[in-house]
Design a protein around this ligand. Structure first.
Ligand SMILES: Cc1ncc(COP(=O)(O)O)c(C=O)c1O
Length: 499
């Protein structure tokens, strides 16, 4: 269903990025000096190659918008209201280490300071494609200028090191060894690489959930069909009372021939945070390997891949990490790396190098493409970390609090019970709506979604789940959102949906 929503949104995205790119590429490429990458420590406009300063780009080390106005460190009582500090306790402490740049004194008050969303709608759909902050777009533009100034030097002499730096920053954030992580263009590619490398026998089963993202479910169907295997679907109840219901349903669907399970860390149609470490441990106990689809997780919830312990973990960087589009990652447990091949087989297949693993060699050169999105991941980690005093843990906690409050307001307005326990809600929340009484539009979009967009100026997805005419509205909460936007949405929904 979400695919359909996403396709429908593409024209707007094209306009959006076209307008951004016009503004960003005005300055001449000569404004970037080009010493070799290792000699750039004095150049604080250089895109992320300052090795001495850690994985974060020199251009973001205390530069531009990210510097605290008064230089105050984000430690004081007033920086962490009591509620926020309580929420943060549930977040892995190591995440705070990501904060290596100064912190904004306060959340930028207007979209213009940090985001380039045009403000023409109340944008309540961060979950579909994320949004990329200005400093990150600017960092990507710097990388592009550097690439285009000396393409051969960039690809042949600089990319390896800069890619390793970006991977190291992401790996640290995700609690995974950098050796076990590769960049892929997006979560769909990562899922495909894992599944299409997976050795299945006829009669084997891949277990998926009924909330699997359609593209990933298709990848499972394709991999199964090639091997004469089958796909079995476990239901994730919604509404539900507890994560235990999900664990039970998944475990009840495991059979003798179940080899691999694909489980979402955060579900797409309903935004549920699944008890992923528990699910993985129980599946592994039954001899079932696990691919975690964490497309929505990094930047929404604390992700500690080592602790989760899955065989594969796939995620997106453009959603809640707010990196540019075109970058995701695939983690593969060390004992499985030798069998995993990217969907695009390239030079790495017959390359050997004593200093680089086969896993990295295979994935790091997918052919010539624009790698600036992945090189801008450290800038995204830093920029978002600098948004709130207290960094990522506070940002995630406050997004979650906003989503929960928004869900409550809409549920009250529509007179429905919150459909999930609070501990399963992150920065997205789905609320059941009365059944649709109109046929879906082309690509399956609900007509109400278009009315909300064109007449009421909301960008918010409606999903026919589990199938039309049942439907949900899924709200997202990011730092550019405010409570009054959801209050307005609740009013509009009440007006449109109650007789
Ligand atoms: C759970 C889940 N998996 C995979 C994807 C696919 O992400 P992408 O289109 O970036 O590959 C999505 C996209 O929203 C998703 O929600």
């Amino acid at each position: 269903m979400l695919v359909v929503t996403s396709i429908a949104a593409l024209p707007d995205l094209f306009d959006f990025f076209a307008s951004v790119s016009h503004r960003r590429f005005e300055s001449a490429i000569s404004d970037i000096p080009f010493p070799p990458a290792q000699d750039t420590k004095d150049d604080d406009r250089q895109p992320g190659s300052d090795k001495q300063a850690g994985p974060y780009p020199a251009s973001l080390q205390g530069g531009d918008i990210l510097v605290a106005e008064n230089g105050r460190q984000p430690d004081s009582e007033e920086d962490h209201p009591e509620k926020e500090r309580n929420d943060v306790k549930t977040v892995r402490p190591g995440l705070a280490l990501v904060g290596r740049v100064g912190t904004l004194e306060k959340m930028p008050g207007t979209l213009d300071e940090f985001w380039t969303l045009d403000g023409s709608t109340d944008f309540l759909d961060h979950g579909s494609f994320g949004a990329t902050p200005k400093p990150v777009q600017e960092e990507q533009a710097r990388w592009r200028r550097r690439l285009e100034a000396q393409p051969v030097r960039f690809f042949q002499r600089e990319l390896e090191t800069t890619l390793d730096n970006a991977r190291a920053a992401l790996a640290e954030f995700l609690g995974a060894p950098s050796d076990d992580l590769v960049f892929v263009p997006n979560a769909t590619s990562g899922v495909n690489a894992a599944l299409r490398s997976y050795d299945l026998d006829p009669g084997d089963q891949i277990l998926i959930t009924d909330q699997a993202y359609n593209a990933c479910a298709n990848a499972a169907r394709y991999a199964a069909s090639r091997a004469g295997a089958e796909v079995v679907v476990a239901s994730v109840p919604f509404p539900l009372q507890s994560g235990a219901e999900v664990v039970d349903s998944i475990m009840d669907s495991v059979g003798e021939r179940t080899r691999l399970a694909i489980v979402e860390h955060v579900t797409s149609p309903t935004g549920l945070i699944l008890p992923i470490a528990d699910v993985v441990a129980r599946l592994l106990d039954r001899g079932v390997e696990v691919l975690v689809d964490g497309a929505h997780a990094p930047g929404m919830v604390d992700v500690d891949i080592s602790e989760i312990g899955a065989t594969f973990y796939v995620g997106n960087c453009h959603k809640w990490l707010c990196a540019p589009k075109g970058v995701g990652f695939l983690y593969v447990a060390p004992d499985h790396q030798s069998s995993v091949v990217p969907t695009v087989v390239s030079h790495g297949y017959n390359t050997e190098h004593e200093k680089r693993s086969r896993f990295h060699l295979l994935f790091d050169w997918p052919g010539t493409q624009d790698p600036t999105a992945l090189l801008s991941v450290p800038a995204a980690l830093s920029a978002m970390d600098g948004l709130r005093p207290g960094g990522w843990p506070v940002l995630m906690a406050s997004n979650r609090r906003l989503a929960l409050r928004a869900q409550e307001i809409i549920c009250e307005c529509l007179d429905v019970e919150p459909p999930a326990p609070e501990d399963m809600v992150g920065a997205m929340a789905a609320i059941p709506l009365p059944d649709a009484d109109e046929q879906p539009l082309v690509y399956g979009r609900d007509p109400l979604q278009d009315r909300l967009f064109f007449e009421d100026r909301f960008e918010v997805p409606l999903l026919h789940w589990p199938e039309w005419p049942s439907r949900l509205i899924r709200i997202s909460a990011q730092s550019y959102n405010t409570l009054d936007q959801y209050e307005r949405l609740a009013d509009v929904l009440r007006r449109r949906l109650t007789p």
